[in-house]
Design a protein around this ligand. Structure first.
Ligand code: TXA
Ligand code: MG
Length: 347
C-alpha cells in the first residue's frame, strides 16, 4: 500500500445532486471495488472501505497502523441497509435511529455476520451509523455497500477534521481523499450499545447522554470510561489516542494556577505551549499560546479541538498545558479526548 499515488478529489458539499459528480462516482467505485478512500463526515474524516471485502478492511488497518482487535464503525445511507447487517433491531435502537440519524450517533447491535469478520474484530456485535454529511451520504449511496470507516488518521494521533490532516497522515498510503472542507462537530460520534435492555454509552461524542435519555429513558455509561483498571467494552477506548507530539498536562483551576505552572516549567528550561480559548488567550505568557474555540460555546471548542492539537505539532515545544472544561453536554466528549491526549496527566 505504501508509495502509491493518492488521488485527490475536491467537492463542494453545498451543491445539489452530489451523486452525479464524476469525483463522487469515481471515489465510490474505488470503495466498492475494495480500495480505501478518505471522506468527510459531520464529525471527523473517515477512511472508508467496503465492509464486505476482507482485503479492503486489511488495507484500512494497515494504512492506519491500527491494532486488529479494534473493530470499525460501519457507515450506511439508509435504515434498510441496517436491516441487512443485524439479527435484530430492538425498539430502543429504532427510537434512537429515528431521533438522531443521520447524525453523530453510532449504535451497537447484534451482528448477523454478513460483513467481513475483520470489521467487527470477531465480536458478535456490529457498530453502525448514518453520517449527516452530504458528501458522505452521496458516496455511500453511490457505492451502495456498507462502508467500514474509522477516523482517517494514523492510529494514536488526533482525528482529522480537514483533508489536509488526512494528507499529512496518510498521503501515499491510501487510494484517495475526497476533500469536502472542514468537518463540523469535530469530535467523533457517540457510541451506544443497544444490545442490552438499558443502552450503554461506550464512547462519549457528538450526542450527549441527556439527548439520548430524552428519547429512550435511562442510559448507562460504561464504568471503564471513568474508572481506571476496568476493561472498556468498546475495544478502541483502551488505546492511547489523540496525542500530540509534545507531552501534555491538564491544568485544573487554570484561572488561578496556569501562569504559575507555565512559569515553573519555563524556569526549568522547558518550552511551554498553552491550550486555551479565545476568552483566555491574552491571560498567558508562554512560548506558544493557541486558543481553541470559545469557552462560552463548547461546540466551537469541539469543532477545533483536533486541529488545535495538530497545530502544536508544528512548533518546537516540550510540553502543552491545557485548560480543563466542564463535563457537561459536549464538554464530556471534549474532556474525554483531552484526558486521553494527556494520558490522564492532571496538574
Ligand atoms: O464519528 C465517528 O464515529 C468517526 C467517523 C469517521 O464516522 N469514526 C470513528 O471510528 O471514530 P473509529 O474507528 O476511530 O472509532 C470506532 C469506535 C472504537 O472505539 C471501537 O472500539 C468502537 O467504535 N466499536 C466499533 N465496533 C464496536 C463494537 N461492535 N462494539 C463495541 N465498540 C465498537
Ligand atoms: Mg479514531
Amino acid at each position: 500500500m505504501s508509495n502509491k499515488q493518492t488521488v485527490y478529489w475536491t467537492v463542494d458539499k453545498n451543491i445539489d445532486n452530489l451523486n452525479k459528480l464524476n469525483e463522487i462516482k469515481e471515489a465510490a467505485l474505488w470503495i466498492k471495488e475494495g480500495e480505501v478512500v478518505a471522506f468527510p463526515t459531520e464529525t471527523v474524516y473517515g477512511l472508508g472501505g467496503n465492509a464486505l471485502i476482507d482485503e479492503a478492511i486489511e488495507k484500512i488497518f494497515r494504512a492506519k497502523g491500527r491494532p486488529s482487535d479494534n473493530p470499525l464503525i460501519v457507515h450506511v445511507a439508509s435504515k434498510d441497509q441496517v436491516r441487512m447487517l443485524v439479527s435484530e433491531i430492538p425498539d430502543r435502537a429504532e427510537k434512537l435511529m429515528d431521533a438522531f440519524w443521520p447524525g453523530p450517533l453510532t449504535i451497537v447491535l447484534p451482528s448477523n455476520h454478513s460483513v467481513s469478520p475483520r470489521v467487527t474484530a470477531n465480536l458478535h456485535t456490529i457498530a453502525i451509523r448514518i453520517p449527516d454529511h452530504p458528501v458522505a451520504l452521496a458516496l455511500l449511496e453511490e457505492a451502495n455497500v456498507p462502508v467500514a470507516a474509522p477516523s482517517a488518521n494514523v492510529s494514536g494521533k488526533p482525528s482529522p477534521t480537514t483533508a489536509q490532516h488526512v494528507k499529512h497522515d496518510l498521503n501515499g498510503r491510501i487510494k484517495g481523499i475526497v476533500d469536502g472542507g472542514q468537518t463540523g462537530v469535530g469530535v467523533e460520534s457517540t457510541v451506544v450499545d443497544c444490545t442490552e435492555a438499558v443502552p450503554v454509552i461506550l464512547r462519549p461524542g457528538g450526542i450527549t447522554k441527556n439527548q439520548l435519555e430524552h428519547v429512550v429513558g435511562p442510559v448507562k455509561v460504561d464504568p471503564a470510561l471513568e474508572q481506571e483498571g476496568s476493561t472498556p467494552r468498546s475495544p478502541g477506548v483502551k488505546y492511547t489516542h489523540y496525542a500530540p507530539n509534545a507531552e501534555m498536562y491538564l491544568v485544573e483551576q487554570y484561572t488561578q494556577r496556569m501562569q504559575q505552572v507555565v512559569d515553573e516549567f519555563r524556569n526549568a528550561g522547558k518550552r511551554v505551549g498553552v491550550l486555551t480559548t479565545h476568552e483566555g488567550a491574552s491571560n498567558y505568557e508562554a512560548d506558544l499560546v493557541i486558543p481553541c474555540g470559545f469557552r462560552k460555546d463548547l461546540e466551537t471548542v469541539a469543532t477545533h479541538l483536533y486541529g488545535t492539537l495538530r497545530q502544536f505539532d508544528e512548533h518546537e515545544i516540550d510540553l502543552i498545558l491545557a485548560e480543563t472544561f466542564p463535563k457537561e453536554g459536549v464538554g464530556v466528549a471534549i474532556m474525554n479526548r483531552l484526558e486521553k491526549a494527556a494520558g490522564k496527566k492532571v496538574i
